[in-house]
Ligand binder design. Sequence first.
Ligand SMILES: O=C[C@H](O)[C@H](O)[C@H](O)COP(=O)(O)O
Length: 280
Amino acid sequence: MATTAQEQAQLVETSKRLAAFQAVKDYLRPEYTRVGIGSGSTVVYVVEAIAALGHDATANMSFYPTGAQSEELIEAAGLNLQYISKLPAGKQLDVAFDGADEVDDDLNLIKGGGACLWQEKIVAASAKQFVCVADFRKLAPRLGTAWKKGIPIEVLPMAAPRVLDELQRLGSQNPRIRPGLPGKAGAIVTDNGMWIIDAPFAPLLHAKDSESSAEGGSGSNGRGTVDALADRLIKIPGVAEIGLFFGKNGLEVASGAQKPVAAYFGMADGTVQVKTPGGV
Ligand SMILES: O=C[C@H](O)[C@H](O)[C@H](O)COP(=O)(O)O
């Protein structure tokens, strides 16, 4: 049935909210004290779901933002704001919630569509459990299938031309420095004073593909895997961080995981689909 653009937009918002409320219900335990809050439009509903639990439920919890937007969200909801820079060495967040631009069926993520990725990766990797919340548009078998804008890469501004050259050598088709929003002359500037380059690549294979391929890490048909490309991108001089969240998942490593222990998707039919490392 044909829907108007307005109806489609409403469906997407409803789906984000469904995913966020279910994820908070499943993963925010009353005994938790340290909670990471990511960036983007879906995380708005995560904060709404947490605030809806009431002051008594959250009074002993501190909330760790991933940038200016989530800092504002936490404060506006009346939740206790704390900073990852104040997390003592050896301690972890109990859980962190964040959105994604694309999620593949091995739970690799593309993030940074809203120019937040560096602090997000630090917060996710600081959590015992990283939980992703998204709507049905973000589901894709391979990264680069649905999200065609490219992999967001946070770069030191003075290095941007050299990074663009290197990205083209690695096979990116037409990598671009992301422009500022209307009213802002020049490039977009991140919360960390960096620029973003969006680097499109052909859809990326993942570990599950290479397990079934004799070619190992490079995948089948000569196509690159998420891990192999990420390893090359992060080594380019001038690259601060990349918007690929990859590697071991949170069930395989005790700390430092960039991949979620669960990804929640609000679906168009009003259900919530949950993907976990064992269940996808
Ligand atoms: O840069 C922004 C972050 O990585 C977001 O988490 C990501 O872009 C998803 O945002 P949204 O929930 O608005 O789709």
